[in-house]
Design a protein around this ligand. Sequence first.
Ligand code: GLU
Length: 444
Amino acid sequence: MSVQERLQGYSGEVRRILEEAGVEVGDEVEVAAGDRVYRGILMARYELAEPGYIVLKLPNGYNVGVRVSEGVSVRRIAPARKPSFTPPPRPPSKPGLPRVYVISTGGTIASRIDYRTGGVRAALTAEDLLSIIPELAELADLGAEILFSIFSEDMTADHWSRMAAKADELIRSGVDGIVIAHGTDTMGYSAAALSFALQKPPVPVVFVGAQRSSDRPSSDAATNLIAAVRVAGHAPFAEVCASMHAWHSDDVIAIHRGTRVRKLHTSSRDAFKSVNADPIAYVAGGEIRVNAENLNPRGSEEYRFEPGFSDEAALVKFYPGMPPELLELLAERGCRGIILEGTGLGHVSNRLRPVIKELVDRGIFIGMTSQCIYGRVNMRVYDTGRYLLKAGVVPLDDMLPETAYVKLSWCLSRARDLEEVKRLMLTPISGELGGRSTPSLQGR
Ligand code: GLU
């Protein structure tokens, strides 16, 4: 083990003192500072935490930070006790249960805090899941695998491709449903990506996340996951969707279409909503209530795997005062398509019009969505919109800006020219276009 691992998060003078004392994270140590002596377990620190402190977990369970100044001394009392966790034996599989496979990509739902050291580790083997949430054994014959262990802000087009390839492999191996555990921040993007890559799949592909980690009493991880496994294994429909709390209470989980789902709250358990569409189903009291018509049926024989995402797409939010050079810069860096998040019905400042026209003339796709989020763009109401249309901007109806960005990345990887990108962008693929308008936001 390297010193970075043995003394995770400690640097500079503090690390030197700890190294000299021959201690490592997890050891029981005594720290004497002035007339005070503390005894406890040496905790790991976050990389960005205030340096200059030694953090101990005291026998009463509280953590204390001891500021390192002159005269501090550290003594090792006992070596780290390696944590051992033997999950209870896996309950015997019940005959006849659907085979559901859980792919873990990271985020809160897939992490478990090691309270002994303060570190966070990925925890998502099938054994982990069944020992934490035994209810799952009643619902499905479960398999699980860690595909990545990253926070979702680190996802890229390449990760979408790898997730899609894994899901396709599982579909071809004959599983009855797939669950993808994912960080919540960009779950909507990945759900949209798989909605385009896995068209009319024969089994449900259900994204699931958690706003509060599984070690907190208010965690939504277990309820979201139980509903996700239920939908993956038992729903009559086979859609790429997301399973998250419908409201603050635990009793209803909403199932959102992958191209319509958006995180709308930073911390609340009911952060996820379907935009310009209703959730496709709810899970309550152990029942799946279907809430939409014409869903792709389980067992669909029209499945098409359409992988591939380009990293030459961009998503740009317009703001008052935005300099036109920003768009030029994107083109200079090789961008072949830009989704604009315009104001209101789909506008940007007139100052941007010449550069937009020039980029379109160079074969770069420019699509318009609205930063209002709810409703659809309509660029024929005001002159600004009409001029932008004339410059070649393509209005994208009620598509979510994030979904439009993901779809553009997907289109750019397969279309031969600008005309084909336009045609594909305006062809409904997975419920991303032409939803219902939301008359008002009352009650949301
Ligand atoms: N930023 C993290 C992510 O999206 C937050 C943790 C979470 O929401 O799961 O992965």
